[in-house]
Design a protein around this ligand. Structure first.
Ligand code: MRU
Length: 344
């Protein structure tokens, strides 16, 4: 993990506790907060101090280790119930990113197989989940960059970078790898209302010396019309078996626009983001966040008739996606295959 750029590391496990880079205050402030219990980590996920599907899953895996350290007592079976309660609490922190549930299930299964003190084995497993995510991102970076040969330019949405993962990033991993091979033109959409693109993505790329151009979300159609880009590259929060993809709100609109302008859409995500139990996007729960993320102070204080609808993810149907890149391989035109089922 040492080769990753330390200034964009979302999570650090040091001296037996979890250090979380608070993404609410980036880029102005670099603030790591230390967590010693699962309850704190669940709150960090809920409040988006840590965000991005793979990073949420990794944080939850470390949180299970913190729970064990807090509750495991030899010859007292009650610790198991307390850890179970913490796992339940973590599972309620955010609903859409399936990596959270995958990581918790992986940790629970390993825990069930342990006899004796489980802390060392579970800590190794959490560290492995973290290291595997970085390795997957590097592999996907190369596979995705292979698809970008002779690309004029790309656009990304939200932040699917080191900040959203164990390191290197999914969509931004492809952009990092492609940049090393000569890709010059990278656009990032602001990603309202939380501004992951404006606050996180362009800053993260700059930390690696990669120039990018920020656009308002509403400028995407005009950008595509200009001919400056030939690929949209995004991450995913959950991929259904048929290849439908839940990702940050606005991904669906970009994909519809891409079709109109002959721009291709690449989704980059590790297989821990695939929900084999969801046949299609219909089964994916879409998180609704507080309307106050949209309503400014003025409206909240002065106009009780103004409401806001704030779904923070949407589902892009498989037929609008040109390629799904995973660490197990690339699925081209998933709606013409059997979705992503061939990767199982
Ligand atoms: O609400 P967020 O910031 O957690 O949403 C993040 C995204 O939608 C990312 O695109 C997705 O998690 C992939 S991150 C590699």
């Amino acid at each position: 993990m040492t080769q990753e750029n330390p200034s964009t590391q979302a999570l650090k496990w040091t001296s037996g506790s979890l250090h979380v880079l608070d993404q609410r205050v980036l880029p102005e402030t670099i603030l790591y907060e230390q967590y010693q219990d699962a309850e704190g980590v669940a709150d960090a996920i809920k409040t988006m101090r840590v965000r991005g599907a793979p990073a949420i899953g990794i944080a939850a895996a470390y949180a299970v280790v913190l729970s064990l350290k807090q509750h495991y007592v030899e010859n007292d079976e009650n610790w198991k119930n307390k850890v179970k309660q913490d796992i339940q609490l973590l599972s309620e922190s955010r609903p859409t990113a399936v990596n959270l549930f995958w990581a918790l299930a992986t940790m629970q299964t390993a825990l069930d197989e342990q006899s004796g003190n489980p802390i060392a084995a579970l800590q190794s497993l959490a560290e492995k989940i973290h290291a595997d995510d970085i390795a997957a991102n590097r592999k996907m970076g190369e596979l995705g960059a292979d698809l970008l040969k002779n690309s004029k330019g790309v656009m990304t949405h939200c932040n699917a970078g080191a900040l959203a993962t164990g390191g290197y990033g999914t969509a931004l991993g492809v952009i990092r790898s492609a940049h090393k091979r000569g890709l010059k033109t990278v656009y990032a959409g602001e990603t309202r209302p939380w501004l992951q693109g404006a606050r996180l993505t362009v800053w993260e790329l700059a930390q690696d010396g990669i120039a990018s151009t920020l656009i308002a979300d509403s400028a995407a159609a005009w950008l595509m019309k200009s001919g400056a880009i030939d690929w949209i590259i995004v991450g995913a929060d959950r991929i259904a078996a048929n290849g439908d993809v839940a990702n940050k709100i606005g991904t669906y609109s970009l994909s519809v626009l891409a079709k109109q302008h002959d721009v291709k859409v690449m989704v980059v995500a590790p297989t821990s983001t695939i929900d084999w139990e969801s046949e299609s996007g219909e089964q994916i729960e879409i998180e609704q966040r507080n309307p106050n993320e949209l309503l400014n102070e003025c409206y909240i204080k002065t106009e009780s008739l103004v409401n806001a609808w704030n779904p923070v993810f949407d589902v892009t149907p498989a037929h609008l996606i040109s390629a799904i890149v995973t660490e197990r391989g690339v699925v081209l035109n998933p709606s013409e295959q059997q979705g992503v089922r061939g990767l199982q």
